[in-house]
Design a binder for this molecule. Structure first.
Ligand code: NAD
Ligand code: UDX
Length: 490
């Protein structure tokens, strides 16, 4: 019988570790070597830290994985039956590993002190103050974790940047670690996460690639190899790409920028389709058949949302400005400008179609999450659409199958301020649509494809409007029922 463990001995970051990690899956369990299970700690129990570490714990039952966070409520939820993150398949993975080799805790220092590998998976939001406000990444959480590691690291560790960060952040972490007397020697690696919400478990199970950047020194290579051997438990070796630190850090921002750019490109074309009677889905299909373009990420929509695209493209813009490349910065900023415009355009089309006034009209907004199969609302297009309609004095009724009512109200109206009385939240799509002058589909939840639209139509004042911001419904069928139905780019 073979034992899937890595040796945990002093100096294991060195050549010894490199040699042993090659042996990771071939050590006989009955050998007399004093093997102690590897310990992994992940700082940040969010949408990335939680699912990513759960998958490592599932695939490597011999590695002890502890996910820590300062947020007590979040940790309590990870330890409960109602996880703080909704992801298809996540409950099952957590249930399998939790209490066995997967733990959630608020003891940040204790878990870091014991760990061999420390993943840093804290939030890196767009800065809202000072230099770079609205563009640069706010690195205060990264720095705070780096200082905590420096304080408590008395044994060598591999520090892994899992958060998305600006290129060259690893050197900041290295500098902080070097500045604390008594900190053990640590290697810093970049290992950006490419999972998408809603498909996180499938993405983690079968990633297109795992990217690991490190220093091209013997110690750096050894650290890369150790981390690669963790993923190597289930990811084919040819999918584990290794690069220098800076290429890895930059690749994450560039990957998200390219993906966002495709959506803004097709959304820009959707406006031209509306002006010319071309159909954006037909255009996307026609161009996507070209293998050089490919079919993915060409779905026109009300605009992209999520915690990553806008933040990361803005970060790229800021970096280009910082490095004296204003033309490059302007090019990428266009991706965000088109997205903002697309969100405004959708709300404006509703107002225009409803005879230029939605004042006191009931508008049902179906979907609030930034995409289907997640409860995440960060940067969701629904927030902008609701705000624009409320500004026009519409009575907005939102329904989303996974987002709680208080979250919807706080996102639209702001936290700690009195809610707008024109905004309400319904418990079902039917309740939201009853008596509505118009329906706006903003998230592509599957259940919106199969609603009984005849029944809904019967309960609406006429003319009854439907605006499909995701092109998931059959507009011809809706028109046959009597709806004035409009899609995006059609
Ligand atoms: P999140 O906000 O859901 O979670 C971050 C967690 O870090 C929070 O729970 C917060 O309390 C915790 N935290 C912050 N400072 C801490 C500290 N000093 N000690 C302990 N805990 C601390 O964020 P997320 O969506 O998981 O994203 C994390 C990082 O991963 C970001 O850089 C993001 O850009 C990147 N990323 C996100 C996704 C995604 O789909 N959400 C995908 C790829 C990469
Ligand atoms: C994205 C990246 O895909 C992922 O690799 C990275 O790790 C984090 O950022 P995420 O934001 O979770 O993932 O979801 P994604 O599927 O990329 O969707 C982002 C937004 O774009 C959503 O609002 C989605 O509805 C929208 N979108 C996506 C479109 O409008 N059209 C498309 O064709 C694809």
């Amino acid at each position: 019988m073979l034992r899937n463990v890595l040796p945990r001995v002093p100096g294991w970051l060195g050549k010894y570790c490199l040699e042993k990690s090659h042996l990771a899956s071939t050590v006989p369990s009955d050998s007399h070597h004093p093997f102690i299970p590897m310990k992994i700690c992940c700082v940040g129990a969010g949408y990335v830290g939680g699912p990513t570490m759960s998958m490592i714990a599932r695939k490597a039952p011999d590695i002890q994985v502890t996910v820590v966070d300062l947020n007590e409520r979040r940790i309590a939820a990870w330890n409960s039956d109602v996880l703080p993150v909704y992801e298809p398949g996540l409950d099952e993975v957590v249930r399998e590993a939790r209490g066995r080799n997967l733990f959630f805790s608020t003891d940040v220092k204790g878990a870091i002190a014991e760990a061999d590998i420390v993943f840093v998976s804290v939030n890196t939001p767009t800065k809202t103050y000072g230099v770079g406000a609205g563009r640069a990444a706010d690195l205060r959480y990264i720095e705070s974790v780096a200082r905590t590691i420096a304080e408590v690291a008395k044994t060598p560790k591999i520090i892994v940047e899992k958060s998305t960060i600006p290129v060259r952040t690893a050197s900041t972490i290295q500098e902080i670690l070097a500045a604390y007397p008594g900190t053990a020697k640590c290697q810093v690696l970049s290992n950006p996460e490419f999972l998408a919400e809603g498909t996180a478990i499938a993405d983690l199970e079968k990633p297109d690639r795992v990217l690991i950047g490190g220093e091209r020194t013997p110690e750096g290579e050894a650290a890369i190899e150790t981390l690669a051997s963790v993923y190597g438990r289930w990811v084919p070796r040819e999918r584990i790409i290794t690069t220098n630190l800076w290429s890895s850090e930059l690749s994450k921002l560039v990957a998200n920028a390219f993906l966002a750019q495709r959506i803004s490109s097709i959304n820009a074309i959707s406006a031209l389709c509306e002006a010319t009677e071309a159909d954006v889905d037909e255009v996307a299909n026609a161009i996507g058949k070209d293998s050089r373009i490919g079919p993915k990420f060409l779905k026109a929509s009300v605009g992209f949302g999520g915690s990553c695209f806008q933040k990361d493209v803005l970060n790229l813009v800021y970096l280009c400005e910082h490095f004296g490349l204003p033309e490059v910065a302007t090019y990428w900023e266009g991706v965000i400008k088109i997205n903002d415009w697309q969100k405004r355009r959708f709300a404006a089309k509703i107002v225009r179609s409803l005879f230029n006034t939605v004042a006191d009209k009931r508008i049902a907004v179906l979907g609030f999450a930034f995409k289907k199969d997640t409860n995440d609302t960060r940067e969701s297009a629904a927030i902008n659409v609701c705000r624009d309609l409320l500004t026009e004095h519409a009575n907005v009724v939102v329904y989303d199958p996974k987002v709680p009512a208080d979250e919807i109200i706080a996102d639209v109206c702001g936290r700690g301020v009195s809610p707008n009385p024109r905004l309400s939240v319904a418990k079902t799509a039917y309740e939201a649509c009853a008596g509505a002058h118009a329906i706006a589909i903003v998230t592509e939840w599957d259940e919106f494809k199969t609603l009984d639209y005849e029944k809904i139509y019967a309960g609406m004042p006429k003319p009854a409007f439907l605006f499909d911001g995701r092109n998931i419904t059959d507009l011809a069928k809706l028109r046959a029922i009597g709806f004035r139905a409009r899609g995006i780019g059609k």
